[in-house]
Design a protein around this ligand. Structure first.
Ligand SMILES: Cc1cc2nc3c(=O)[nH]c(=O)nc-3n(C[C@H](O)[C@H](O)[C@H](O)COP(=O)(O)OP(=O)(O)OC[C@H]3O[C@@H](n4cnc5c(N)ncnc54)[C@H](O)[C@@H]3O)c2cc1C
Length: 451
């Protein structure tokens, strides 16, 4: 079944109602009307804390969902609560293929409530507003919750201030008209609508500076958009304005696709640092030249999600300025100054002098979820956790006909100085087998979080 936007929103609204009713557990057992604590307020206590150790997981994306599921299995005595603002999970991985109708919406969306019931943790759809680490409390839009352990998995936010300073009007207009669609929300639907309504002309993509969410995926998106133009005889041209000085990772594989498959469709511009954007006149100035565009995917620089900032988790650089990312113990993933608070997934900051940051990928966030669930379970059992490291695996589709992909893999180990080392293997030769592996990977990961 293919869900359109209207159906998706209806499904989402239904799920919201179910989630809210589902929170009021007494109704299910007594048959009385559900206690409406979902109309609560941030100033009230949402759920009193009992004697069981409580783990509150903030953010129900790839990292948070995995943590919640595996904590219940590894630490059955713990109470696990997952807080997430969205009613329905929408996957960014595979979404570039969804943009060009290679997969249905139903493949990349999942229901939170049914999954939480299956795995025995409590899902509460709410906005996390504050984290009071001194009081070991999070404040949500529905009330506050005390915790013994806190897991922050907020993903990323866009740093439009880097482009527009305090000018919210221009920042909001840019986000509304030319969304990046790098955070799971309605932006993906807006982008898909823009692509399917595109009649031809200049389609521009600005790529953010590293560290960024899923570095190869903007190139995959450019290939999918170019393929869509070619396949549908649309006279469109994709210009990639890359902040970096070259395509990375899997550079040769992407460059081969640009040159061999999309010579008339893709122009790649390195070192295109954004200087000015006017979303009203549809113009952009960069160090590598200026452009007018008909549509654009304007990706402002990335930072750790708001929650990491609210929790005071962001590190400072040598000039005392925020690094933009959470400062964690590289091996144990808790905050350096607060061992009860873990940060996982994209929000994690510097971990190694060799490669600086883990790739900000769903694969790594999922692995972090497993690792941190294990760490907390050991601590709940009164034991000292042993270090575990993630790996990373990413497939990027470059051709729609025939369907072909390339891929990159990263492995990690701790050297004898206690430093994490990375090895990287790029597979630049595009092939149909890698497409099969990509969908197998996605199916296995969805099973890991949802089944
Ligand atoms: C187009 C695209 C393609 C990609 N392709 C791949 C791929 O092929 N393979 C791969 O491994 N990775 C891929 N990624 C990257 C992947 O999506 C991210 O790395 C992954 O989602 C990170 O997981 P996370 O748990 O850190 O954050 P997210 O998955 O973003 O989860 C964060 C969650 O926290 C919630 N949240 C944040 N703040 C609050 C708050 N205050 N209150 C309540 N809830 C909150 C958000 O709603 C969100 O659900 C891709 C990304 C994009 C954009």
């Amino acid at each position: 079944m293919s869900l359109d936007r209207r159906t998706f929103l209806t499904a989402a609204a239904g799920a919201t109602g179910a989630v809210l009713a589902g929170c009021a557990t007494p109704a299910a057992t007594t048959g009385k009307p559900a206690l409406p604590f979902f109309i609560g307020s941030p100033s009230q206590m949402l759920l009193p804390k009992g004697r069981a150790p409580r783990v509150v997981v903030c953010g129900g994306g790839w990292g948070g969902l995995t943590t919640a599921k595996y904590l219940r299995q590894l630490a059955p005595s713990a109470e696990v609560i997952l807080l997430e603002r969205n009613p329905v999970f929408f996957s960014c991985p595979i979404s570039n293929k969804w943009l060009v109708d290679m997969v249905d919406t139903s493949f990349i969306t999942h229901d939170y409530l049914r999954v939480s019931e299956r795995h025995g943790y409590r899902f509460i759809q709410s906005e996390v507003l504050e984290v009071d680490r001194a009081a070991q409390r999070v404040v949500t839009s529905l009330g506050s919750l005390d915790y013994d352990y806190l897991v922050l998995a907020p993903g990323i936010r866009y740093n439009y201030e880097a482009w527009f300073g305090n000018d919210r009007t221009v920042a909001d207009a840019t986000r509304a008209r030319f969304p990046a669609a790098y955070v799971s929300n309605a932006e993906h639907f807006a982008l898909k609508k823009a692509l399917h309504g595109f009649k031809g002309g200049d389609w521009v993509m600005t790529l953010p500076p590293p560290p960024q969410r899923c570095p190869p995926s903007p190139y995959e998106r450019a290939c999918m958009v170019a393929w869509y133009f070619k396949h549908n005889n649309i006279k469109g041209k994709v210009t990639i304005l890359d902040h970096k000085d070259g395509v990375r990772p899997i550079g040769p594989g992407f460059r081969a696709a640009f040159n061999e498959l999309y010579k008339d469709y893709i122009t790649y511009v390195p070192n295109a640092h954004v200087q000015e954007i006017d979303p009203f006149k549809k113009t952009i100035k960069t160090d590598a030249g200026d452009m007018k565009f008909d549509h654009a995917v304007l990706m402002a620089p990335h930072q750790a999600g708001d929650l990491a900032w609210k929790a005071g988790a962001i590190g400072l650089n040598s000039q005392g300025k925020p690094t933009g990312w959470a400062e964690v113990d590289p091996l144990m993933l808790h905050l350096k100054d607060d061992p009860r608070v873990y940060v996982i997934g994209d929000a994690v900051g510097f971990v190694s002098p060799q490669f600086a940051f883990y790739p900000k990928s769903a694969h790594v966030a999922n692995k972090h979820g497993h690792i941190v669930a294990g760490y907390i379970a050991e601590r709940v059992a009164g034991r000292t956790p042993k270090t575990a490291l993630p790996d990373n695996l990413c497939y990027m589709m470059v051709n729609g006909d025939p369907r072909e992909a390339i891929s990159v893999q990263f492995d990690y180990k701790v050297n004898d100085k206690g430093v994490i080392e990375q090895t990287q293997i790029d597979i630049n030769q595009r092939s149909a087998d890698l497409v099969k592996e990509n969908f197998r990977w996605a199916g296995l990961k969805f099973d890991d979080m949802f089944s």
